[in-house]
Design a protein around this ligand. Structure first.
Ligand code: FAD
Ligand code: DHB
Length: 391
């Protein structure tokens, strides 16, 4: 079998890449380790930057996103008994963010690819890449008890943080930047009215909390917890009490409902440089992880894909490899700015065990400064809605 671009991973990065290449007449095959049900049911990100929505729209996979997505013009910060609104739209010349579950975007892209009759293989086992430094890289995998091989011009490693593509690059050729935070998030999905029309990010002496949503009847709520938190210690009642305390919920503000899903997410900042080795290009979580506080992971994956599509379009049109050569540096420019923002939001809003009184007062002063300074709020807003694309 042969194709132009072999894509490993059917998350947001791999599926969007496949669709954008298809729009440009470039063939690809997508290989996914998990089942369709598993990929479509995985509950993760929910917040799309303005540019990410525009990108999905141009890719022709945003009809349902425009019907069902919830457009947000601002967010609230709660701390020290106060609430301060950040007017995202007013501070950014009219930009918005949109709440739409990542798994919904994934479902839309899978449906589109299958309806178009294009290759997307689920439950591909033992996926491996070969000869990545050559002009004929190859992918092998097992499926239905048979061995398969795919000759490619280029391989796109869109296989997430735990995938095999980054590992296929010789360690001596990669520089890794890694920071693990001393806390995690306990996230729930609940059948209950969202606490407010806009997201609430809360800093509390007991730790961070975030109230977000998936629809007008389904809430998504997060609590800072320990990295090795034992979920069995968190009864539904304990979760609701803790959420109400940290979010500073007023009477009737936080509706309690059945919890549909519970999970713990580790917090990490990670970058692998460069994002390319020979004919293997890494995109999305395969190359970098941000802590979720700034809501940037899926958005960054989409930004990488835009850059990769332009590079591959030029290459297959016979316009040479200059954009492919620039791919890693172009992506990393944004990646590091987004890393900085995600780290900053994280350290501003979380409780660090053992933090001394000086650090605590500095953090409070920073929140107070944000509340009082248009310049500081503008900095937050322009990063939150998404920096302009450089491609
Ligand atoms: P993934 O979604 O991880 O997709 C990789 C795919 O590759 C998977 O389907 C995997 O099964 C497959 N795969 C892995 N190994 C192999 C293999 N060997 N062979 C074949 N396939 C393989 N981001 C935001 O932008 N906004 C948010 O609000 C936000 N909130 C988040 C909240 C939580 C709780 C979590 C966990 C994450 C959040 N993120 C958020 C991050 C976001 O979910 C990720 O950054 C995003 O999924 C990255 O997409 P991806 O396609 O690069 O990787
Ligand atoms: C969501 C997740 C985030 O990490 C965030 O900062 C905002 C929203 C969400 O799941 O909706």
């Amino acid at each position: 079998m042969r194709t132009q671009v072999g894509i490993i991973g059917a998350g947001p990065a791999g599926l969007l890449l496949a669709q954008m290449l298809h729009q440009r007449g470039i063939d690809s095959v997508v290989l996914e380790a998990r089942s369709r049900d598993y990929v479509e049911g995985r509950i993760r990100a929910g917040l799309l930057e303005q540019g990410a929505v525009d990108t999905l729209t141009e890719a022709g996979v945003a009809d349902r996103l425009h019907r069902e997505g919830l457009v947000h013009h601002g967010l609230a910060l709660r701390f020290a008994g106060r609430e301060e609104r950040i007017d995202l739209t007013g501070l950014t010349g009219g930009k918005v963010v949109t709440i739409y579950g990542q798994q919904e975007a994934v479902k839309d892209m899978i449906a589109r690819r299958l309806a178009d009759g294009l290759p997307l293989h689920f439950e591909a086992a033992d996926v491996a890449v070969h000869d990545i430094a050559s002009h004929r890289p190859r992918i092998t995998w097992r499926q239905d008890g048979r061995e398969h091989a795919l000759d490619c011009d280029v391989i796109a490693g869109c296989d997430g943080f735990h995938g095999i593509c980054r590992e296929a690059i010789p360690p001596a050729d990669l520089t890794i930047y890694d920071r693990i935070y001393p806390f995690a998030w306990l996230g729930i999905l609940s059948r209950s009215r969202p606490m407010s029309e806009e997201l609430i990010y809360a800093r509390h002496a007991r730790g961070f909390a975030l109230a977000t949503m998936r629809s007008t009847t389904v809430s998504r709520l997060y609590l800072q917890c320990a990295p090795e938190e034992d979920l069995s210690q968190w009864s539904d009642e304990r979760i609701w009490v803790e959420l109400a305390t940290r979010l500073g919920a007023r009477d009737g503000e936080l509706e309690v409902g059945p919890i549909l899903q519970k999970g713990v997410t580790a917090m990490r900042s990670f970058v692998a440089e460069p994002m390319r080795h020979g004919r293997l290009f890494l995109a999305g979580d395969a190359a970098h992880i941000v802590p979720p506080t700034g809501a940037k992971g899926m958005n960054l994956a989409i930004a990488d894909v835009r850059v990769l599509v332009r590079a591959l379009e030029a290459f297959f049109a016979g316009r040479g490899e200059a954009l492919m050569d620039a791919y890693s540096a172009t992506c990393l420019d944004r990646v590091w700015k987004v890393q900085r923002f995600s780290w900053w939001m994280t350290q501003l809003l979380h409780r660090y065990d053992g933090e001394d009184a000086f650090e605590e007062r500095v953090r409070m002063a920073e929140l107070d400064y944000l509340a009082g300074s248009v310049a500081a709020r503008t900095t937050l807003a322009e990063n939150y809605v998404g920096l302009p694309y450089m491609d």
